[in-house]
Structures are given as structure tokens and as C-alpha cells.
Design a protein around this ligand. Structure first.
Ligand code: COS
Length: 390
């Protein structure tokens, strides 16, 4: 049984505690391991999460399917943490609905929200967020994909890569250089539907923890002028504001993986006999357990601080970066210790800790690698120091 004492922390209210309990019950009954086709498994999970109402938390706006008018960051963190504890793919399916439609929640026109968000919330449409390119991952402002205004339309040319849900998404929020200015001030966001002529899946990408992932190609892809999301030239900020919400939730997913790893480690350590006692009787194992439990609580405090502050309406770029960096790096260490406690069994394909070991790795890279989070934290810390004090 996972530690749930964190739910007593003052970051949460009773509605959050009820949400966690209901989801835990639903997940235990509805999330089973998947085998084989990852695309089919993902579509199935989106449909189930939608039918059960959980995806309503991933979008904002009660008039277009959202659970609340403004996304409740603590709720999406609790959802991701709980889903990740049960299944990495279930967490992925939930998270990508939110990340893929986040720009629409924040900056979509009323028509765009009706057209896309309602279906994202019900699980009838799958969303994707297309920011990275082969030549620009961390350095977003260096992107080369272009969007040229032409006769009231936009014409997209270029490539995007590492796009989660690539190949199964019904629409993609694509960031491209629209040319209002150089660098970060010359980008805009667009929604591009699957099947639009000039848009193709150039390559499917397989990773150590399989999920739908692709490289996209746009060649003279014409989309209507009303496909732009937000103001022209504001694409960089649209992307960063979206990431401010979902980076905190990546931290929560990492927490879910780490809690599962600790549970698995405790179960093994208390049962496995060695030299006449259990593994848990050895102080050397207790040292690991102490590090795991403390690391998880420290990461949870940073994660739910960021979520709580955002729900108070604060800008949380720094707090979200601290949470994502700490939770993902900590989870990697916790999971590694769990594998060590399981010994040989821990590296057998399909064992829960072996799966966690593969699942956690990408979280230290996507939605801003640990090094990008360090850059963000350091910049903000230095800027705060440079400000005159009263
Ligand atoms: N919210 C709103 N505006 C933001 C913002 C945020 N969180 N972060 C930056 N901005 C604004 C800045 O205020 C600045 O505005 P002005 O042009 O008006 O001055 C502008 O955006 C550019 O910001 P900055 O100078 O910090 O941009 P950089 O090019 O130095 O990039 C990093 C900053 C590295 C932090 C950014 O590119 C980044 O987050 N990279 C990682 C991207 C990522 O997560 N990739 C994975 C894709 S999803 S799997």
C-alpha cells in the first residue's frame, strides 16, 4: 500500500482527496497491463479515460468539456501521479491530451475550443504538441519550421520530431516561424488536423519505453488562417505557458513511478530471506529505504508547492522547473535502488521495476531536460539577486 500521508498536506482540499480516492479505485479496476500494439493500447486508454470523465481535468473551460474553467494543477498532478503508479502508458495517454490541447485551453478562440477541447475531454479526439525539431529541442527559439501567410491561409514547411502521439493524433498544435521578428518573438502556434494535404508522418520512432512517437513533415501544407492559436508572434510564450502547467505534472508522474518503485522494493525487502534474515533487516537495505522515502517526500513537496502556487494564480516557471528537475532525477535514483533490491529479477523483461527503469528515463529529457531546468532556475535566481531590495 503506497504512502498516502502527503494527502494531508495543506496544499490539498477535500475535493482533491476525494478525487485521489475515486481515481485509485477506478485505476485498480480498469487499468490492466497491455500487450502488443502500443497505438491500439493508447487509443483504448484515451477512450476509457474519456468515458470515465478523467480527461475533463486535462482541459480548461466548463463550456467546452473541461471539469473547471481553469485547469486545476493539483488535480492533474494527482491524476498523473496515481495513473503513473498503475501504468506508464495510462499516464502518458492522460498527459498528452492535456499537453496537446494546452495551447487551446490557454489561447484558443471560442470556435477552436468548441471544435477541439470538447472532443479531447471526452476522449473522442487525440491531441499532440509539436514543438521540437531535429535541429532545435532545448533551444526552441532556433526552430526552422515556417508558416507563411498567403491569401488568408498559412502554408507550413519543415519538420517536427519527438512528437508524442505522432501517428495516432487527430490534431497537432504546431509551433512555426511566422516571421514577425527574429528569434523567440517570431513564432506562432497553429492547429493542424491529421490528414491535411502536405502533412505526413515521416517516421515512427521506437524508444525504450514504447509509446506513440513520430517525426512529422510539412511540405507546402496549407491551413486556414483561423487555425492560428493565439496572437501572431506569440508562439514562444504560448509554448512556455503550456509547459509551465505540464512540467509540474511531469514531476507528479515521476513521483508516481518512484512511489511504485518504493512499494515494490518494500515488498521484496520484507520477504526475501538472505543469511538468515530478511533483506529489510540489513542496515544497508534500510539506508536505501530511508533515501528512497525521503527523496520521494522532498520531490513531492516541491511538486505540490508548484501546483498549489499555480492554482493561486502565480507564475511558477521557477517552481515548476525545480519540481521537474528534482522529481525526475530522484525517481531515477529511487527506481535504480528498487532494481538493486530486486537483484537479478529486477532486470527481467516485464518485471514492474524493470519497466519503471525504462519508463523514467525519458522524463529527465522531455518537456525541458534537467539541464534546461537548471538554466531556468539559475537565471531566475540571478535575476532576483540583481533586483534592488527595498
Ligand atoms: N511564460 C511566459 N513567457 C515566457 C516564459 C514563460 N514561462 N519563459 C520565457 N518567456 C518569455 C520571456 O519573458 C521572453 O519574453 P520577451 O521576448 O518579451 O523578453 C521570451 O519568452 C524569450 O525568453 P528567453 O529569453 O528566456 O528565451 P530563450 O531562448 O533563452 O529560451 C529556454 C529559454 C531554454 C528556457 C526555453 O527555450 C525552453 O524552455 N527550452 C526547452 C523547451 C522544451 O521543453 N522542449 C521540449 C519540448 S516538449 S517535449
Amino acid at each position: 500500500m503506497s504512502d498516502k500521508t502527503y494527502l494531508d498536506w495543506p496544499f490539498f482540499d477535500d475535493a482533491h482527496r476525494r478525487l485521489e480516492a475515486e481515481l485509485e479505485d477506478w485505476a485498480a479496476r480498469n487499468i490492466t497491463g497491455h500487450h502488443g500494439d502500443v497505438d491500439a493500447a493508447c487509443r483504448d486508454l484515451v477512450a476509457r479515460l474519456g468515458a470515465a470523465g478523467w480527461l475533463r481535468y486535462a482541459v480548461g473551460g466548463t463550456g467546452c468539456g473541461g471539469r473547471f474553467d481553469v485547469i486545476d494543477t493539483r488535480a492533474i498532478c494527482l491524476l498523473r501521479e496515481t495513473l503513473a503508479r498503475h501504468s506508464g502508458l495510462a499516464d502518458f495517454a492522460f498527459a498528452m491530451q492535456g499537453l496537446g490541447s494546452g495551447a487551446l485551453t490557454l489561447h484558443g478562440s471560442p470556435e477552436q475550443k468548441q471544435r477541439y477541447l470538447t472532443k479531447v475531454a471526452s476522449g473522442e479526439a487525440i491531441a499532440a504538441f509539436a514543438l521540437s525539431e531535429p535541429g532545435s529541442g532545448s533551444d526552441v527559439a532556433a526552430m526552422e519550421c515556417t508558416a507563411r501567410a498567403e491569401g488568408g491561409d498559412y502554408v507550413l514547411d519543415g519538420e517536427k520530431t519527438w512528437i508524442s502521439n505522432g501517428g495516432i493524433a487527430d490534431f497537432y498544435v504546431v509551433f512555426a516561424r511566422s516571421g514577425e521578428a527574429a528569434g523567440s518573438r517570431g513564432l506562432s502556434a497553429f492547429v493542424v488536423e491529421a490528414g491535411t494535404p502536405g502533412f505526413e508522418i515521416a517516421e515512427r520512432i521506437e524508444t525504450i519505453a514504447p509509446h506513440p512517437l513520430a517525426r512529422l513533415r510539412f511540405s507546402g501544407c496549407r491551413i486556414p488562417g483561423n487555425s492560428r492559436v493565439g496572437a501572431p508572434g506569440q508562439g514562444f510564450k504560448v509554448a512556455m505557458q503550456t509547459l509551465d502547467i505540464f512540467r509540474t505534472s511531469v514531476a507528479a508522474a515521476a513521483l508516481g513511478f518512484a512511489r511504485r518503485a518504493l512499494d515494490e522494493a518494500l515488498s521484496r525487502a520484507t520477504k526475501r530471506k538472505m543469511f538468515g534474515q530478511t533483506l529489510a533487516d540489513f542496515q544497508i537495505t534500510q539506508s536505501k529505504i530511508a533515501q528512497m522515502a525521503t527523496g520521494i517526500d522532498a520531490a513531492a513537496l516541491l511538486t505540490y508547492r508548484a501546483a498549489w502556487l499555480r492554482d493561486l494564480g502565480r507564475t511558477v516557471t521557477r517552481e515548476a522547473a525545480m519540481a521537474k528537475m528534482t522529481a525526475t532525477e530522484t525517481a531515477q535514483q529511487v527506481i535504480d535502488m528498487a532494481v538493486q533490491i530486486w537483484g537479478g529479477l529486477g532486470v527481467v523483461s516485464g518485471h514492474p521495476v524493470e519497466k519503471l527503469y525504462r519508463e523514467i528515463r525519458a522524463l529527465r529529457i522531455y518537456e525541458g531536460a534537467t539541464e534546461v531546468q537548471q538554466l531556468i532556475i539559475a537565471r531566475q535566481t540571478l535575476a532576483a539577486f540583481a533586483q534592488p531590495r527595498s
